[in-house]
Write a protein that binds this ligand. Structure first.
Ligand code: IVH
Length: 674
């Protein structure tokens, strides 16, 4: 084979490794997605024509291994220990005293303080800079070989970067925690529930379940991320400090948490702990505490370990976001698609500072699996801002008077028959005119991602439906003041406000319109994809199932659901009525070069990678708007370092919050990927 081709392939591989690192690990891409894709395409075609060029660490080889039958096990060359826990500050001070007594040192010790990630511990082995093996912690001595799954994690480099500052070690066993960020977790669960699958209880379970897949193509679809926090065996390089190791890992292209800090004394560590505890909800991922490590490696070696944990490190957990309380009753809510969701009503209890009186039980199988009964004492938890959930029943508290709960065989709102279809985990009410469904559909229709009708909240929708004024969202456009003022508690002024708001909403983009319709499996993103492909409502409505499936990102499920929706005469009539009532659709739906048109951003706090005016320029270049204050109209709040009260406001209003990384990734994705 031509030597030039071999050289070009090597060049491309190296360039792609570097751009992966810049994009995923540093969030500082130097090229657009389109340029990246061109490099990748070139490498893919070179490798296709010269298969002998394919190497396991080629950036083309992240996913694609065949499913396994079972996981092999591997021994860890150095055991993966666990950590002792400090439950309060006194325990932490005790730890410091113990360590200094052991070392016979009076002066303060240098420590590193690190966020303790709540995920799954893994070990990844690099030989001569190439990822060759990855395993779980297992029992600490042997773990399961999950190499092909770990390779799918985008922030895990398949090849280490070459750096001038050090030579590539012939063997590096790096250890870290694999996790799923909170927002990604929420989206993942939402998708699962939409598909009738049971949701994960928390981000940690989701990460563990994703790594345990025998088919790595499934793992590849999960939003896994990693922070590396240490090493097992490491050849060729000597380090003096743990913090030097972390710096080296970072230089080699591995992802290390930027919030890890060297501390001059144990008192400084406590300051760090309190600060992180205060701010922990502003992070995009969950931490369950901090890990404190003696920084000096020679001292670590002198301290050694006890049976299962080192003497030189300790974990200081955050107070639990779990509490126990009692299930008073269980009722069933009816969603927009008719799904019946059991909800536990609880004795109100404060969990991590927030009063909780309800928890979702998800579906029948979850209740059975956890054997939750009315009257039970249960352990509940809040994960980030996620809806509280029941972790487990405290069975020892059972008195015998608890009552089992069964899903109702009729819809609790409209009384029509409820069914659980084969292969689904949810019971559904199939009466499309069920008032609960109608209300939810109208709420969805009027929400921010749809018609964005100001002031049309829960209560008002309830009055409209119960008062017989709206049987569907199409009725909103023929509401008049006289009818509205006939409703309880509706004055002239509120009636006028509502009518004005509805009028203002009539001019809408195709994507928002499609999203507002509430077609099953068509969320905001899919609606955009459809709008972009079909350009007009008529074209979309008349697209065949085959034409729909042919669209990138649209699968059979979405395609069938879209067809079924538009084939339904009532839906057709509703669409017609809305158009007759003066709803106009923007023909040029989000021009390709303005993917952010219609989105409003608010920036708060400092960004590492750019100034505020650069960020503004970036958003505006993609068609978005930047506003200085947060309101219901805000699409995203970008929270940098030390964010101000805007972040609190965003939380209150439920506005989507992006951290810097998410912001950059989405900018870059939108800039290149559209
Ligand atoms: S160091 C010998 N650092 O916590 C030291 N562990 O209970 C062993 N973890 O299995 C671990 N974040 O999965 C360390 N920054 C961090 C960590 C961390 C999370 C997990 C890890 C380990 C468990 C120890």
């Amino acid at each position: 084979m031509n030597e030039d081709i071999r050289k070009r392939a090597a060049e491309l591989r190296q360039a792609l490794h570097r751009h992966n690192y810049l994009y995923y690990v540093l969030d500082e891409p130097e090229i657009s997605d389109a340029q990246y894709d061109r490099l990748m395409q070139e490498l893919i075609s070179l490798e296709a024509t010269h298969p002998e060029l394919v190497e396991p660490d080629s950036p083309t080889q992240r996913v694609g291994a065949l499913p396994l039958e079972r996981f092999e096990t591997v021994p860890h060359s150095i055991p993966m220990l666990s950590l002792e826990n400090a439950f309060d500050e006194e325990d932490v001070l005790d730890f410091d005293r113990r360590v200094r007594r052991f070392l016979k040192q009076d002066s303060p010790l240098l420590y590193t303080a690190e966020p303790k990630m709540d995920g799954v511990a893994v070990e990844i082995v690099y030989e001569n800079g190439r990822l060759v093996e990855a395993s779980t912690r297992g029992d600490g001595y042997t773990g399961e070989l999950i190499t092909q799954n770990v390779r799918t994690i985008k922030t895990v480099p398949l090849a280490l970067l070459n750096t001038v500052s050090m030579k590539t070690p012939s063997r590096l066993e790096v250890r870290g925690e694999v996790f799923i960020p909170i927002e990604a977790f929420r989206q993942l669960n939402k998708k699962r529930i939409d598909r009738g699958e049971s949701p994960f209880a928390n981000p940690r379970n989701a990460a563990a379940g994703s790594l345990r897949q025998l088919d790595s193509r499934i793992t590849a679809q999960r939003p896994l991320d990693i922070f590396c926090y240490g090493v097992g065996m490491l050849t060729d390089i000597e380090f003096a400090l743990h913090s030097d190791i972390l710096q080296a890992l970072s230089a080699l292209g591995l992802r290390v948490n930027p919030h890890i800090k060297p501390r001059e004394s144990i008192e400084d560590v406590l300051v760090y702990y309190r600060d992180l505890l205060d701010r922990r909800h502003s992070f995009s991922y969950e931490m369950d505490g901090i890990v404190i490590k003696v920084d000096d490696l020679a001292l670590q070696r002198r301290l050694g370990e006890k049976s299962r944990s080192p003497r030189w490190a300790i974990a200081h957990k955050f107070p639990a976001t779990q509490e126990t309380t009692r299930v008073i009753k269980i009722d069933v809510q009816v969603g927009r698609t008719g799904a019946l969701t059991p909800v536990a009503h609880l004795d109100a209890v404060s969990v991590g500072g927030v009063t909780v009186s309800r928890a979702t039980l998800h579906n029948e199988d979850e209740i059975k699996k956890k054997d939750i009964r009315i009257g039970d004492t249960v352990l509940i938890q809040r994960a980030g801002d996620v809806i509280p959930e029941v972790v487990k029943v405290v069975k020892t508290k059972r008195t015998g008077s608890e009552q089992s709960f069964g899903m109702p065989s009729v819809c609790p709102v409209c009384g029509s028959e409820a069914l659980r279809l084969d292969g689904e985990s949810v019971w559904r009410c199939f009466n499309a005119n069920c008032p609960a469904q109608v209300k939810e559909r109208i709420k969805h229709f009027a929400s921010k991602g749809g018609f964005d009708i100001d002031g049309l909240g829960d209560k008002l929708v309830g009055h409209l439906v119960d008062g017989g004024l709206s049987k569907s969202y199409a009725d909103l456009f023929s509401l008049d003041k006289a009818a509205l003022t006939s409703l309880d508690r509706m004055g002239e002024k509120s009636a006028k406000n509502l009518i004005d708001a509805i009028k203002r909403s009539k001019h809408i983009t195709l994507a928002r319109f499609v999203h507002a319709l509430g077609v099953r499996h068509v969320g905001e993103h899919v609606a955009h994809v459809l709008a972009r492909r079909f350009k007009s409502l008529m074209e979309l409505m008349s697209a065949t199932a085959e034409e729909l499936i042919a669209v990138d990102e649209i699968g059979p499920q979405v395609s069938e659901s879209v067809r079924a929706f538009f084939d339904n005469p009532e839906n057709q009539r509703n669409v017609e009525r809305m158009l007759e009532a003066g709803v106009t659709l923007e023909t040029e739906e989000t021009p390709i070069n303005e993917p952010l048109s219609g989105s409003t951003f608010v920036l708060t706090g400092a960004l590492d990678s750019m100034t505020r005016s650069q960020a503004r320029a970036c958003i505006e270049a993609l068609g978005g708007k930047v506003s200085s204050s947060v309101s219901r109209k805000t699409t995203y709040v970008v929270a940098g370092k030390d964010p101000g009260s805007k972040l609190d406001k965003a939380r209150q209003l439920g506005v989507r919050i992006l951290d810097e990384r998410e912001f950059l990734v989405s900018m870059n994705y939108k800039a290149g990927g559209a």
